[in-house]
Design a protein around this ligand. Structure first.
Ligand code: KIV
Ligand code: NA
Length: 265
């Protein structure tokens, strides 16, 4: 396949073709995901949990993100590569965010992702104006887990939905091309998706987003312990990892995943 570009992702969004995204942290999996036709590979700061074994994403550093971005981007050939800005690397100021984004772009990212609502709009605009495509991240934002009081569903109730839509509009107007919606009600995700021009990528956000993302280790059944309800183990019924990843892509494209019965919030 030809390299996935921002232009191509916008075409998919306009055509209503769901965007399939997975996280990835190393070269071997990057090759598997790229070959299986995953549209976007996210080097998530979830690597703090699934690679480093920590309980939150907060300890992950920019140097660690740049290292994993470099090894993933080096092996990838056609997928769109998104680097996650870790906690503390963009909150101070737009120029701090630009410095951190530079580190990830120089490591091979095509886009950077940052968490947070309206307060990030100035930073999003600053980066986009300087040639850095940006993915926003709303709903459950794991870098603020201590302020949110745990990994809990967001966007419940009319006021919460209105706030979520307002923040999403601010980020979309600021130039964000994409936005992850994590652990929000399907109704909230639908409302955001209807009201913004950026593509919405759900993780526990229902089937009516512009695309879907899962943490690789979760969807391959590697993660031990209690998993969020929205996760599906794609190794069940697959005879190889590449088959599991291909099934994920096919199920996202056909809107067979996520299954709404799995998250009747
Ligand atoms: O770090 C990560 O893996 C993420 C996804 C869950 C969207 O931010
Ligand atoms: Na993340």
């Amino acid at each position: 396949r030809k390299p996935v570009t921002l232009h191509r992702l916008r075409e998919m969004q306009a055509a209503g073709e769901p965007i399939a995204m997975l996280t990835c942290y190393d070269a071997s999996f990057a090759r598997v995901l790229d070959h299986a036709g995953v549209d976007c590979i996210l080097i998530g700061d979830s690597l703090g949990m699934v690679v480093q074994g920590q309980t939150t994403t907060l300890p992950v550093t920019l140097d660690e993100m740049a290292y994993h971005t470099r090894i993933v981007a080096g092996a990838n050939r056609t997928a769109w590569v998104i680097g996650d800005l870790p906690f503390g690397s963009y909150q101070e100021s737009p120029s701090q965010a630009m410095r951190s984004a530079t580190a990830l772009m120089q490591a091979g990212a095509h886009m950077v992702k940052l968490e947070g609502g309206g307060w990030t709009a100035d930073t999003v605009r600053f980066l986009v104006d300087r040639g850095v495509p940006v993915c926003a991240h709303l709903g459950l934002t794991p870098q603020t887990v201590h302020a949110l009081g745990g990994y809990r569903i967001q966007g419940k109730g009319d006021d919460a939905v209105a706030t979520l839509v307002r923040h999403a509009k601010e980020l979309s107007d600021a130039g964000a091309a994409m936005c992850v919606l994590e652990l929000v009600t399907a109704a909230a995700a639908r409302e955001v998706t209807k009201n913004v021009s950026m593509a919405t990528i759900g993780i526990g956000g229902g089937v009516e987003c512009s695309g879907q993302v899962l943490v690789l280790h979760d969807m391959l059944g590697v993660t031990q312990g209690k998993l969020p309800r929205f996760v599906r183990n794609f190794m069940e019924g697959s005879s190889s990892i590449s088959e599991a990843v291909s099934t994920y892509v096919a199920d996202v494209k056909a809107r067979r995943f996520p299954d709404n019965t799995l998250h009747a919030y």
